[in-house]
Design a binder for this molecule. Structure first.
Ligand SMILES: C[S@@+](CC[C@H](N)C(=O)[O-])C[C@H]1O[C@@H](n2cnc3c(N)ncnc32)[C@H](O)[C@@H]1O
Length: 341
């Protein structure tokens, strides 16, 4: 029997962190920005990055084999260059840069996930909180640099999802959007660029406001996107025809999820739409591995936050008074869960 079985899948997942760490380290070293549009031999590139020659060939060739670099020629004269994807998404000078996400995974979560076993045994977060820090968002807001890195990482996660949402959701039927926990106002900027008739409120904690304003101004959208500060547990949510929450509900426990859903309901005009953009887990909890891993990530980050299924969303929103539901697949494992008032 065991002769027909194959351990390849076990081996691949067991060693997956090697590949992950190679990519994260390449971003940490700013390799993809250093390469830019150029082509360099291993020794030239190694020198530019300040690397010891011992590991350079293996490191660059592993990136070639993992399809994060292209190489012309073999041996010492081989020249390395960005792939079309790394040039677009991991060169810091590209407008589509999403390196904030790998930067944050590398600087924070890679080490915190080492304590997954402890999280599972204790139910307690394993991030800065465990090391004497404050809860996640208080900790992030206490350092502008760390907050900036975290919010850029969120943008990296969501950029493709917001673009698909802008295409697939019928925004033509609405005039105003409140993005609750709007971070750097990315949803407002992306959806706003696609639908010029809409105006937006991007609502988030006070320390986030100047960072959001900076991005709104840079996009030339000051007149259409208003960055507003507040606490979504204490303050009323800004009223609108559409209320969006991207990766918000999963940060919190069930009581707080339900509170936010009720507040979204109250903030909506009649017939309005509440949209949660999250890595919705399939109802049978068998398929969306990324959604389930994200939920474990919420254990590491927040302790009591968790990801959820479409059926969960529908049940909680029905309790709050919503009457009609729809689910739209976005990029990769992410969905828009939509509840209509
Ligand atoms: C996981 S991030 C999601 C950001 C963005 N919506 C997205 O989809 O990428 C959570 C956001 O909620 C904000 N936030 C956390 N607690 C908040 C509170 N009590 N009131 C308002 N915003 C809050 C954070 O500052 C952060 O921008």
């Amino acid at each position: 029997m065991t002769e027909q079985l194959n351990p390849a899948h076990i081996m691949q997942t067991a060693t997956a962190f090697w590949a992950s760490k190679v990519l994260l380290t390449a971003v940490e070293l700013d390799l993809f920005t250093t390469l830019g549009d150029g082509e360099w031999s291993a020794s030239q590139l190694g020198q530019r990055l300040g690397l010891h020659p011992r590991g350079t060939h293996d490191f660059f060739d592993a990136l070639v084999a993992l399809k994060f670099l292209d190489r012309d020629g073999d041996g010492p004269d081989g020249k390395y260059r960005n792939t079309p994807e790394t040039a677009a998404f991991l060169n810091r000078k590209s407008p589509a840069y999403i390196g904030g996400l790998p930067e944050m995974l590398n600087a924070r979560l890679f080490a915190f996930w080492n304590d997954l076993g402890t999280a599972l045994k204790t139910g307690q977060p394993q991030n800065e909180v465990r090391r004497g820090g404050k809860p996640l968002f208080e900790e992030l807001c206490s350092s502008e640099a760390r907050l900036g890195t975290f919010l850029e990482a969120m943008s990296g996660f969501q950029a493709a999802n917001f673009s698909v949402l802008a295409e697939k959701f019928p925004f033509d039927n609405y005039r105003t959007v409140s993005d609750v926990g709007g971070a750097l106002a990315l949803l407002s900027r992306i959806v706003g660029a696609r639908h010029p008739h809409l105006t937006f409120t991007s609502f988030d904690l006070r320390p986030v406001e100047p960072l959001a304003r900076h991005h709104i101004r840079a996009a030339g959208m000051d007149g259409r996107i208003n960055a507003v500060s507040g606490d979504f547990f204490r303050d009323e949510l800004p009223g609108a025809d559409v209320v969006t929450m991207g990766n918000i509900l999963h940060d919190w426990n069930l009581d707080r999820k339900k509170l936010l859903i009720r507040k979204a309901y109250d903030a909506l005009t009649p017939g309005g739409a509440f949209i949660a953009i999250e890595n919705l887990i399939d109802d049978a909890r068998r398929e969306n591995a990324f959604g389930l891993l994200m939920s474990l990530n919420m254990l590491i980050e927040t302790g009591d936050g968790f990801d959820y299924t479409g059926a969960d969303f529908q049940a909680w929103c029905t309790e709050a008074g919503f009457t009609r539901f729809e689910f739209i697949g976005l990029a990769g494992p992410t969905s828009a869960a939509i509840a209509y008032k």
